[in-house]
Structures are given as C-alpha cells and as structure tokens.
Design a protein. Sequence first.
Length: 80
Amino acid sequence: IVSGVTRSTAARSEFLTGMAESGKAPSWMNQWLQQGKVPPGYHVDHIKPLSIGGADSPANMRLLDIDMHKMHHRYYRPWE
C-alpha cells in the first residue's frame, strides 16, 4: 500500500456495487456490496498498482481476502 496516492472512493463504490449487480460475488457479500462497502475480511486491490500507472477505475479493481492481499504485496512490490 503506497502513501501519497489518492484513491477515488467513487470508483471503489462503483466497483463494489457493480460486483453485486453482476451476480458473480457470493450472495452473503451483497448486503455490503449493494451499499458500495467492502465485505468484512476483504480489501479492494488494484490489479495494476496505482503507483506504476494503474488506473483507479473499476476495471482495474478486484476483491482479495485480507490475508491474500497481504501475501500478494509481500512478494509483489513494483513500486520499490
């Protein structure tokens, strides 16, 4: 997670509500997704990090469980 990079809360909310509308998320998540909120135990991750030019758009976002997100960034640190 990189400091100094501004993230769009509107884009994140659009991503989350879009997940609920798509029907691809597990149904238990919908009570949060429909409100544009991240389900408990998950983080929104940017597929191509913002720090190396990734877009802060729903197309560049995915949900990862917290442990997977931490492990992912333990080894994948393109901003360094």
